[in-house]
Design a protein around this ligand. Structure first.
Ligand SMILES: Cc1cc2nc3c(=O)[nH]c(=O)nc-3n(C[C@H](O)[C@H](O)[C@H](O)COP(=O)(O)OP(=O)(O)OC[C@H]3O[C@@H](n4cnc5c(N)ncnc54)[C@H](O)[C@@H]3O)c2cc1C
Length: 323
């Protein structure tokens, strides 16, 4: 087929926003028709929304085997789809799901993969990817030899663009049983919370050891509520059990790229910065004017967080009430 294949991720039958970001990135590359592949129950119901975002065809991969995720089963099925479609480029979401799936597909196909890209561009008919290196201290531009070329796109780095296209054509494929006998499968999923997923949040309020005690995180919950934000943390406070591990941002936690990241009582260790350097704006609240976080912050408030955060929440509440 040539063109671009987008691997769309869904949760509980709902398409994740990152899938539309990947579709928009694929369309913006202008390298031929965009086909999406979606797995699991309801995979064939996204034709309209994907069509509006530049996708021409949708390959739903459904059936009992694909009701829950299995690394090897999904990878085998996706490889069968990619072999049938023969695209030049495949774009995955760089979510936990995509980060598990993409390297397996790359291995099975023997195709080059550039992971966790923050931008994809068409340069002279070839894809040039930008990705962070050295824990976000620098950015590399990378090309892939051979085809198909695989990329995973970090959530929140690509604007979702509506192209106004018609619904995508739903074109199921006969995969010849590929992926039907996975060696391992997820038997249950336990949801940490129903709050906004950190990697997809456009605003994050994050707390560190400066919060002093777990009960003080309610100050951040209140600020987050008025901002419509998700709450995150540095690693030590998650390790201490002050907050769930799903909050942990950084090199060994979640890599986030919100429009606004508010770091409260976080010193700004390199391992934390590695997870937040894709943020558009960073605001730091810290009582130490020499804290390293101020080197990466766009705006800094030097002072006691126990005074600043409640005052900020109150001011935002009053501002919202006037709107
Ligand atoms: C291999 C490895 C991987 C790691 N991965 C990660 C990771 O993924 N994510 C991560 O976050 N860390 C990670 N770390 C840990 C990292 O090195 C730091 O130790 C950690 O980020 C520090 O957390 P913190 O900023 O909350 O705490 P601290 O460094 O103790 O900073 C607390 C800050 O709060 C400020 N503060 C204190 N009281 C107040 C107040 N009343 N008002 C305002 N400010 C106040 C202080 O000035 C200070 O700057 C990793 C470390 C290693 C070795």
């Amino acid at each position: 087929m040539a063109g671009i294949c987008v691997v769309a991720e869904q949760t509980d039958g709902k398409l994740r926003r990152v899938s539309l970001e990947a579709a928009s990135a694929a369309k913006a590359l202008g390298m031929g028709a965009v086909t999406a592949v979606a797995f699991g129950p309801g995979a064939d119901t996204h034709a309209e929304v994907l069509g509006r975002h530049g996708v021409e065809a949708l390959v739903p991969v459904m059936g009992p085997t694909f009701e829950t995720y299995s690394s090897d089963g999904f990878a085998e099925a996706l490889v069968a789809v990619i072999r049938a479609l023969d695209p030049d480029v495949v774009i995955f979401p760089a979510t936990s799901w995509g980060k598990d799936l993409a390297p397996r597909v790359s291995g099975l196909l023997g195709a080059g993969l550039v992971s966790d890209c923050t931008a994809l561009a068409n340069r002279d008919g070839d894809v040039v990817a930008t990705r962070p290196i050295y824990a976000g201290k620098a950015f590399a531009t990378v090309r892939v030899e051979g085809r198909p070329k695989l990329f995973s796109l970090r959530p929140n780095v690509q604007r979702v663009e509506e192209t106004g296209g018609l619904a995508a054509r739903v074109t199921p494929l006969d995969l010849g049983g590929a992926g039907a006998a996975p060696k391992a499968r997820v038997t249950a999923v336990e949801r940490g919370s129903d709050k906004v997923e950190l990697t997809e949040a456009s605003i994050i309020v994050s707390g560190g050891r400066g919060m002093k005690a777990p009960e003080n995180f309610k100050l951040l919950d209140e600020l987050a509520e008025v901002l419509g934000a998700a709450v995150g943390s540095s690693r030590p406070v998650a390790d201490e059990g002050w907050v769930p591990h799903s909050y942990h941002v950084g090199q060994t936690g979640k890599v986030v790229s919100p429009d606004l990241y508010i770091a409260v009582g976080i010193s700004g260790a390199i391992q934390h910065i590695a997870g937040i350097s894709g943020s558009k704006y960073i605001v730091a609240i810290n009582n130490d004017p020499d804290a390293p976080i101020f080197k990466v912050a766009n705006y800094g408030l030097v002072g006691d967080l126990f005074q600043i955060v409640p005052a900020l929440t109150q001011a935002l509440r009053e501002y919202k009430a006037q709107q």
